[in-house]
Design a protein around this ligand. Sequence first.
Ligand SMILES: [Zn+2]
Length: 135
Amino acid sequence: MSNLPTPKPPIDPAIAVYWSAAAEGRLVLPTCTDCGLVHWYPRPFCPDCSSRNIVWTDSDGDGEIYSFTITRRGQGVYRDSSPYVLAYVELDEGPRVLSNIVDADLETLAIGQRVSATFDIVPDEDAALLRFHPT
Ligand SMILES: [Zn+2]
């Protein structure tokens, strides 16, 4: 668990598989069985070919920082969490995920740095929030 807030996500029943896996600390990625695209964000159809033939493939959650910013003035539930890192992580499978980098040295964080998935449990929900930490 990081020290960031864990606001309740909007849980669409069509992607309950994703949220249940996250609650177990597993990252699953929607993969189109027609064109092979592994995509993000989780949704029950392919954003490339519109197929609804989606399977959920296990990911080891490894990737690298594609881009990031250090937020020094948080808003809303993140107001008291500054500074924190907002980043695009490019997973080894290809998709880019907008998330947070946690447990990181803000002075040495760098584009291209290797990171791994971690999950922050959302209390009273069958869900956890995907975040990343340096490896
Ligand atoms: Zn497709």
